[in-house]
Design a binder for this molecule. Structure first.
Ligand code: URA
Length: 350
């Protein structure tokens, strides 16, 4: 049960990190969740440990029963593979007021005072025994492509990266133009990526390709990488979870070396997890507050935007325009030409 809750929490955190504030579940699933969370809380009270930091995850609202027959919006990646009764889908107009996880937790049958005090916020709780990758100095001479190749060879031989790799799958170093002005930085490979050994090749990647094309660039002209070089492990084969701060800190030296070699004009951080990976984990950080600012990663300007997976689930014109405005800022920083038509993408026609 603990593992199931952790998986669910991982999925909810991933959604939240991308900007999702509400998910939908059936009344039946909500009841199951209440029972399980209450049991976990009792278990915690008995053992003096805290299992599920459910409280700050996305809010949940019940769907009408029977479960809505509305076709769920397309999922970007196998990030969320909910059991059928969870019916997680993108928010759309529906009549039920949101119920937050705080309320679910506070509906626990045991008195609040019997629950041991726990830190207000905490990082995802998957433990990995990693400290920091010791990236050997990448050759100072040679072309950028040669230097990236040397770094890639190092990473492919990294015992920690390999230890966490799913059987038969691949590490994902990153790919693209070694002289790129724009470096797109995601969080971690998903199922398609660890199978292909390439970043952003699943549905989120297809959308990213379209966004890159809308900016007048081809995928081959930019560089695409992730903070994490392996797909974060899960106790089950389905779903994804965001990488832990420790995992990201382990992989960061590789990402830092990649950006050091390429020296792009701008890094686009795709989603809050990528921002946290670049700037250091901050549980209070919100993607909305990061957008519209020019952040900094080791002297390189960083533009934060929504993760393409989030945009696949929330494909309103408003969210598309918001992401597009981030892209326009990226284009300005990278000194790419911007046409009047591009400036007006997703604005109402005059
Ligand atoms: N999501 C990411 O953050 N990175 C990928 O490579 C794919 C999906």
């Amino acid at each position: 049960m603990r593992a199931e809750l952790e998986v669910l929490l991982g999925n909810l955190r991933a959604l939240k990190n991308e900007g999702t504030t509400d998910v939908f579940v059936s009344e039946e699933a909500l009841e199951t969740l209440r029972t399980r969370v209450a049991a976990a809380v009792r278990e915690n009270a008995a053992t003096g440990t805290r299992v599920a930091d459910v409280a700050s995850a996305a809010s949940v609202r019940p769907t009408p029963s029977p479960v809505s027959s509305k076709k769920p919006s397309p999922h970007s990646s196998p990030r969320v593979s909910p059991p059928p009764q969870q019916n997680l889908r993108a928010p759309d107009p529906e009549p039920f007021p949101p119920i937050s996880f705080d309320e679910i937790v506070s509906s626990k049958p045991t008195p609040a005072k019997s629950v041991p005090a726990a830190p207000e916020k905490k990082a995802p709780s998957f433990d990995v025994s990693v400290s920091k990758a010791r990236v050997a100095a990448v050759p100072a001479t040679g072309t950028n492509a040669e230097r990236l190749d040397a770094l890639r060879t190092q990473m492919l031989g990294d015992p920690i990266c390999n230890e966490h790799l799913h059987k038969g799958k691949h590490l994902v170093f990153g790919e693209g133009n070694a002289e790129a002005s724009v470096f797109f930085c995601g969080e971690a490979p998903g199922a398609e990526e660890e199978t292909a050994g390439r970043p952003f090749v699943g549905p989120a990647g297809k959308l990213l390709d379209k966004m890159i094309a809308a900016a007048g660039l081809a995928r081959e002209q930019v560089y695409i990488g992730n903070i994490m070089k392996w797909r974060p492990e899960l106790p089950t084969l389905y779903g994804n979870r965001p990488p832990t701060p420790e995992e990201m800190a382990y992989c960061l030296p590789y990402l830092a070396a990649q950006t050091e070699i390429i020296r792009p004009r701008v890094i686009v951080a795709l989603g809050l997890t990528a921002v946290n990976g670049l700037l250091g984990f901050d549980p209070d950080r919100r993607i909305g507050a990061m957008r519209g600012k020019t952040l900094d990663f080791r002297g390189i300007p960083v533009v934060a935007t929504y993760h393409p997976s989030y945009l696949l689930r929330n494909d309103s014109v408003k969210s598309k325009r918001a992401a597009w405005e981030d892209f326009l800022r990226m284009m300005e920083i990278a000194e790419l030409p911007i046409s009047e038509r591009q400036r007006n993408f997703f604005l109402p026609k005059k």
